[in-house]
Design a protein around this ligand. Structure first.
Ligand SMILES: [Zn+2]
Length: 129
């Protein structure tokens, strides 16, 4: 993957992240309202994704993983972290360590698995369900 392709995928990731965060903010608003109705206590979920290794980070992670959009943000952040800190391993399949097809990365830039490994993984989880 060259610099230009990485820059393109970075843009895709940032755009998807913004979209997911916007959806999440709506969800968060509803979550706050129902929380307030239940016990009168307004609980907020601050998103400071730059901070790592804190209790806040753990709470955020739990919150993010509780919804579809949140999981997406989590994956996107993970992909962006790899892209910035370890660009050589971005776009490489975690399972078989082969480069993931660019056509696939263009559609799901946060994916960590190539098509073959993703299919195998889905078959495994279907078998388990
Ligand atoms: Zn693979």
């Amino acid at each position: 993957m060259n610099q230009k392709q990485r820059a393109h995928l970075e843009k895709r990731l940032l755009r998807e992240r913004e979209r997911a965060l916007r959806a999440l903010a709506q969800f968060d608003e509803r979550a706050k309202v129902s929380q307030q109705e239940e016990d009168g206590d307004l609980t907020t979920y601050p998103l400071h994704l730059a901070d790592e290794g804190t209790d806040t980070m753990e709470q955020e992670k739990e919150f993010l993983l509780a919804s579809k959009e949140g999981r997406l943000v989590y994956w996107i952040d993970d992909a962006l972290r790899t892209l910035y800190k370890d660009p050589e391993s971005f776009g490489v399949c975690l399972e078989c360590e082969e480069p993931i097809a660019l056509e696939r990365l263009d559609i799901v830039p946060w994916t960590r698995l190539c098509v073959d490994c993703q299919t195998a993984e889905e078959e495994r989880s279907e078998a388990a369900a």
